[in-house]
Design a protein around this ligand. Structure first.
Ligand SMILES: O=C(O)C(=O)[C@H](O)CO
Ligand code: MG
Length: 262
């Protein structure tokens, strides 16, 4: 069974962000991921990881003004300086948390626009080379247009081609099975074919984006497939609990001793 990483942006919202680390550990998770840690200091986040014996599987580099609707900077040619600063910020958090995977969001731009394509490639090359110096992987995630209309990176095949063309071993695919099913389907064969370039997997039910159980995807089958394929990375639980985080963990077998209150 893969090692599951609780997504603290989507799950455990019953607690404050920093207390979600404790709640996830108490629920039996060994690892966590989240979108953005930037409302807290690197040391505060690192301390919660250490206090709970958690591994930081992944987080996203600064995405621009998320509240204003921005979804990344890489494909926006006039935002390169801000992207460079964001890479340095993310590296400070990666150092404080021991995180070895960072996701670079592309932004809202026309995937067919040569200017956006050139900007995206420049940004990916810059980020990849900065991360490579520290032994950190750069993850690229195709995202479906129903959840994120206008998002630049919206196709697994185009992403696969870019990763091959970049020929940088630390640039890898963030294989979100939720997006894969919506964009292309054929999840099982895609996992088999793309696993060699896959740096991280994420899960959620389709179409609800709730717990990974009972809808379009057969997750027990897919988890067994990941084991059969020898996948040794993390599986990020990037789903919205349907009715309370703990009540929705029936699909999950605790992966660490659960410390019950004395
Ligand atoms: O949208 C997703 O699936 C992601 O993983 C992004 O990192 C956050 O939107
Ligand atoms: Mg995802």
């Amino acid at each position: 069974m893969p090692i599951f990483a609780a997504n603290l942006t989507m799950m455990f919202n019953e607690w404050s962000f920093l207390d979600r680390f404790d709640a996830a550990a108490d629920a039996g998770f060994r690892a966590v991921e989240y979108l953005f840690p930037y409302d807290h200091t690197p040391d505060a986040v690192g301390e919660r990881l250490r206090r709970n014996g958690l591994t930081q599987a992944l987080f996203n580099m600064p995405p621009g003004d998320w509240a204003a609707g921005e979804r990344g900077l890489a494909a926006l040619p006039d935002r390169f300086a801000e992207l460079q600063a964001g890479v340095e910020t993310a590296l400070r958090y990666a150092e404080a948390t021991g995180c070895r995977r960072l996701h670079l969001m592309a932004g809202l731009a026309d995937a067919a626009d040569p200017t956006a394509q050139a900007s995206y490639r420049r940004a990916v090359e810059h980020a990849a080379d900065a991360l490579a110096e520290r032994g950190i992987d750069l993850l690229l995630e195709p995202i479906n247009g129903r959840d994120m209309p206008g998002y630049f990176l919206n196709d697994f095949t185009a992403t696969e081609r870019l990763i091959a063309d970049l020929d940088r071993p630390n640039v890898r695919l963030q294989f979100d099975l939720y997006h894969r099913q919506i964009l292309h389907g054929d999840c099982t064969m895609a996992l088999s074919r793309l696993l060699p370039i896959t740096g991280h997997v994420q899960i959620a039910s389709v179409p609800s984006r709730h717990e990974p159980a009972g809808e379009e995807l057969n997750y027990p089958f897919l988890f067994a497939e990941l084991d059969r394929l020898g996948y040794e990375g993390f599986v990020g639980c990037e789903y919205r609990p349907r009715a309370g985080t703990l009540a929705g963990l029936g699909w999950f077998t605790p992966q660490r001793a659960i410390v019950t209150g004395a």
